[in-house]
Design a protein around this ligand. Sequence first.
Ligand code: EPZ
Length: 418
Amino acid sequence: MDKIVIEGGKSLKGSVKVSGAKNAALPILAACLLTGGRHSLRSIPHLRDIQTIKSIMSKLGVTFRDGKEGLEVSSDNLTGCEAPYDLVKTMRASVLLLGPLLARYGKARISLPGGCAIGARPINLHLKALVAMGVDMYLDRGYVNARVDRLKGADIFFDIPTVTGTENIMMAAVTASGQTVLNNAAKEPEIQDLARMLRGMGADIQGDGSDTITISGVRDLRPARHTIIPDRIEAGTLMIAGAMTGGEVKVEGCMPSHLEALTEKLVSTGARIEVGHDSVVVKGPDIIKSVDIKTMPFPGFPTDLQAQFMAFMCIAKGRSMIRESVFENRFIHVSELKRMGADIEINGNQALVKGQNRLLPAPVMATDLRASASLVLAGLVAEGGRTEVQRIYHLDRGYEGLENKFKHLGAAIWREKG
Ligand code: EPZ
C-alpha cells in the first residue's frame, strides 16, 4: 500500500488550482442514467470514487469516453440495474444510482452501503421517500430490491437534511407523474450543481439551495453539457494548509461564496484572507489563536473540514472546542494526531484541543478520507523528521494528487509505492 512521506516545517507559498468537486460529480454522473444520448461533463476530477461509480455504471451498460468537450457519458442501452456489494461497500455514494435507475428503468437492486468509519450512515430517509413515490421494495441479503411502474410525485419531509437523500429523490422526481416537494432539503452547493445539470436536461426544478425544492415531472429529458463546480472541501483543505504552515497560498478556481464559514473561522485564528472573484489568498497568522467550531449542514461549518481544522488547532495558542454535530463517530483522526503529540480530549461529540507549540513527526495511519487529509496537514508542520501517512488509498478517494499540489507550494512531500 502506498504511503505519503513528509518532512515538515516548510511554509507553503504560491498558487494552486482546485479540482472539480467529487460530491457534485458523483450525483451528476448518476443523473446521466436518466436519459439516452451523449452527455458531456467538464471538470470531472480523477479520483478513486469517480472510478468506482464509473465501474458500477459500466456494468449497467453505460459507456464513457474522454472527448474534447470533457468526459462523454452515454447510457443508450442499459443492460442491468444492479450495484454489487463489492463495489458499493467501497463507496456509499453508489446509493445515488437508485433514484435514476427507478426513474429510467422502473427497477433497481442496490447493495445497502453498510456503515463506514465515520458512522452507521443509514439510508432510511432515501427509502422512505421512494416508498412515498410508489416504489415497492424489500431488503434481501443486504440488497435493496426496488420496483415501480411509474414514480408519482409526493410531498416529502426529510427528518434530517440529507445531502445524497435530497439528490436521490430529486433525480427520481424529474420524470415522475405530478409534482414532488422536498421539505427540509439539504442546501449544499453540490445540490444546486446537480439541479443545474438536471435543468440542462430539461427538468423543471425550483428552490434548490433552499430547504424547499419543488420538482414538476416532465415527459422527456435530453442529454446535457455541464461543467462541475470546484471542490470546496479541497479548497478549504488547501486554505487551512496555508494558514497552518504560516505561508501565503492563493487557492485559484474556487467559489469563495462556498467557503464563508471556513473563511470566517480562519480570520478568527489571526489568518489574513483576501477574497477574489474565483480565488482566495490565505496568509498564515504570526500567532495562531484557538477557535471553537461546530459542524453544521451548509452554510454552516462543513463536517468534511472538521478533521483538517482540528489539525490546525493542535498548534494554536489556547483551547479549541470542536463539536461534530453531523456524524456520530468522526473523531477517528484524534488517536493518530495524539501520536504526533497533540493534546485532545474527546467527550461524546465534542473534542477539546489544547494547542501545543509543535507536533512531532511519526508514522500514522489514515482511516477515512478526511482523516487522511488531516494527518497530511499535521505532517506539514511536524518538524525534525519524517511523517509517514499510511493507507493513503483513503486520500486518493477524494483528492486529485494532493501531494503534488503541496509539493508545488514548497512542501517536502512525496509518495512511496508500497
Ligand atoms: C454527503 O454524505 C457527502 N458525501 C459527505 O462527504 C458529507 O460529509 C455529508 O454529505 C454531510 O455533508 C457525498 O456527497 C457523496 P447525509 P451523505 O445523508 O449524503 C444521517 C466526504 O468526505 N442520515 O447528509 O451520506 C447520516 O447518518 C463525504 O466527501 C440518516 O440518518 O450524508 C448523517 O448523520 C463524507 N438517514 C446525517 O444524516 C438517511 O437516510 C447527514 O448525512 C441519510 C442520512
